[in-house]
Design a protein around this ligand. Structure first.
Ligand code: AMP
Ligand code: ZN
Length: 284
């Protein structure tokens, strides 16, 4: 085939695949009934997924602002923050900035040094981020928090929970997460049905400022093993797994118990102490 023709076909294929992303995200937002007047805080990490989430929500006409948590992981956090600031400038959105150090007196790297060996760094970071995002989003009177979790993240979390036998945790990994708790801010995942590779290409094409390095503190080998397992599945198997997962999540949701409030910080919690306070109390 003529090289010029070949490159035109390739460009067209890319274009169609990008249109596919935009349409799929629009469909997801329709399904979760996101309204244009709602105040959405996009949790921006500095990586490709949350950058694309912010870009698409803005492009589709939603009212968004950015929120970033400085985890205090040295140079890595500095580079993430730099990309986040550049992205917010480029998209012309306001950025709210918070730091784990200011909020708890410790950076995440201090917390890692004293952690229980059973807990991975990613688990600890996840607990801190969720706690801060919910609290700050409520104080800022946001209606929703949008994160960049994608199709692969969803599948990996589902399988990890299934392998570990913690079925109820699957509830958190759905395109829209609501609870009856008044202090809980609804979390949405606009990229939930988009595969990782497609987001990567899309982000590259748009030339969005992102920091590409993997966190040097990442110790979640179980997720990495699950990721490798998912890579071996066919597209059909992945789609079937996701379908089954969403059906299962619906069933679990029906038996969900109402959450209470943490005795120490007053944030939503399943037990007397929330995960964040349990962590700070016991180890650090
Ligand atoms: P991760 O758990 O690191 O894979 O991140 C999942 C999602 O959480 C990202 O797509 C972001 O939306 C959000 N997120 C992660 N890290 C941060 C951060 N430091 N500040 C704000 N949002 C974050
Ligand atoms: Zn608490």
């Amino acid at each position: 085939m003529n090289i010029k023709l070949y490159s035109i076909i390739l460009k067209l294929l890319h274009l169609f695949s990008f249109m596919d992303i935009e349409q799929k995200v629009e469909q997801t937002l329709k399904k979760i009934r996101l309204k244009k007047k709602e105040k959405i805080l996009v949790a921006i990490s500095g990586g490709k997924d949350s950058a694309v989430t912010a870009y698409l929500l803005k492009r589709l006409g939603y009212k968004i602002k950015g929120i970033h948590i400085d985890l205090g992981l040295g140079k890595y956090s500095e580079n993430c923050l730099k990309s986040v600031k550049e992205l917010c400038n480029k998209l012309k959105i306001k950025l709210y900035l918070y730091s784990v150090k200011k909020e708890t007196g410790k950076t995440m790297s201090d917390i890692f040094k004293h952690k229980d060996e059973k807990l991975s760094n990613c688990t600890l970071c996840g607990v801190m981020k969720k706690w801060l995002l919910n609290k700050k989003a409520r104080e800022l009177k946001a209606d929703k928090i949008a994160t960049g979790h994608n199709f692969n993240d969803g599948l990996e979390t589902f399988l990890m929970n299934l392998f570990k036998g913690s079925q109820n945790s699957n509830l958190n990994s759905v395109p829209i997460l609501k609870t009856k708790n008044k202090k809980f801010i609804v979390r949405i995942k606009p990229l939930f049905f988009i595969a990782n590779g497609k987001i990567e290409n899309y982000c590259k094409k748009l030339n969005l400022p992102v920091y590409k390095k993997i966190c040097p503190y990442r110790g979640e080998t179980y997720r990495v093993e699950t990721r490798d397992f998912v890579k071996k599945l066919s597209d059909k198997e992945k789609k079937n797994l996701m379908k089954n997962f969403l059906e299962l999540a619906e069933k679990i949701k029906k038996d969900e118990k109402e959450t209470r409030y943490c005795e120490v910080c007053g944030e939503p919690s399943r037990k007397n102490l929330c995960k964040r306070c349990e962590l700070l109390n016991s180890k650090i």
